[in-house]
Ligand binder design. Structure first.
Ligand SMILES: [Zn+2]
Length: 285
């Protein structure tokens, strides 16, 4: 039974580094350069994943969206402009998730039911977004990290699949593990900055405890030669370090562990567990 979800934030390199939406057209488009090696690696192990897609990307690359759907991957929403939820008004947020859902659904025959906020930006400043997601037809959210960083995180968020008590939403938060008295996430920069065995050991620890895992990654992490622009120090380090290691590490991980779509993993969880309800007040901290 598959208990690990393989998820991708489907966006280009200039969207992953906080460049404003109205400037995206100035930058070299390279989304396929990272996507294709990743798709090959998934296909080699016959793994289907979940692609949290920006509405802007779906509009600009309709053929890629159709191709992902035809290959059996799950399409989900990553908002439209990659703006952090806590920087949007509730009205702007509603429009982003509504437009993105419609664009993707028009291109595929799939219903879009899952959402991940850019930079995991559902924090205690933006919990108002959860009921809006439910009102707009979403049933799954993957936008909360139990680890606090300079951009995101809610430390009172449980590290398990749970239901938001006030809204019809299942939350699959960022998956973590403890190492050297610190908590680390399974995916993204954590996957890339350290050797493969770091995440491999983390996954094994979770499996031993019967925990379900959500791995996350971006196509630009498979494109080591994408343009380098000067960023703030922390972002510079987490964005550009060891990009040439992402593909071999992913191949190894897909070989060693079983992965599937988010929907499939949540369905498996529901077969074995009663999903706990957590109130928004707990997440408020
Ligand atoms: Zn993103």
């Amino acid at each position: 039974m598959i208990t690990n979800a393989f998820t991708v934030d489907f966006e280009d390199w200039y969207q992953g580094i906080e460049l404003p939406y109205n400037q995206w057209n100035k930058y070299e488009r390279r989304i396929e350069k990272g996507l294709f090696p990743l798709l090959d690696a998934l296909e080699k192990q016959n793994v289907k994943g979940t692609f949290f897609t920006l509405g802007w990307v779906a509009k600009e690359y309709p053929e890629l969206i159709k191709r992902l759907a035809a290959a059996g991957h799950e399409l989900a929403s990553h908002g439209y402009t990659h703006e952090k939820v806590y920087n949007l008004s509730p009205q702007q947020f509603r429009k982003e998730i509504r437009d993105t859902k419609h664009i993707i659904e028009d291109l595929t025959s799939q219903e879009v039911t899952a959402f991940r906020a850019p930079f995991f930006s559902i924090t205690n400043k933006s919990l108002w977004a959860l009921p809006i997601l439910a009102e707009e037809g979403y049933t799954i959210d993957c936008s909360i990290s139990p680890i606090k960083t300079w951009r995101y995180g809610i430390t009172t968020c449980p590290d398990e699949i749970f239901r938001i008590r006030e809204a019809n939403i299942i939350e699959f938060p960022v998956s973590t593990f403890s190492y050297l008295r610190k908590r680390w996430a399974i995916g993204g920069a954590y996957f890339r900055l350290f050797p493969y065995s770091f995440t491999g050991n983390g996954l094994n620890k979770r499996i031993k405890k019967g925990k379900y895992t959500m791995f996350y990654i971006h196509p630009w992490e498979y494109d080591p030669s994408h343009p380098k622009i000067k960023l703030e120090r922390k972002a510079q380090f987490t964005h550009y370090t060891r990009l040439n290691k992402t593909l071999p590490a992913t191949e190894k991980m897909l070989h060693n562990f079983k992965f599937g779509t988010l929907k499939e993993v949540i369905k498996n969880y529901e077969k074995k567990h009663v999903i706990n309800s957590i109130g928004i007040d707990i997440l408020q901290g």
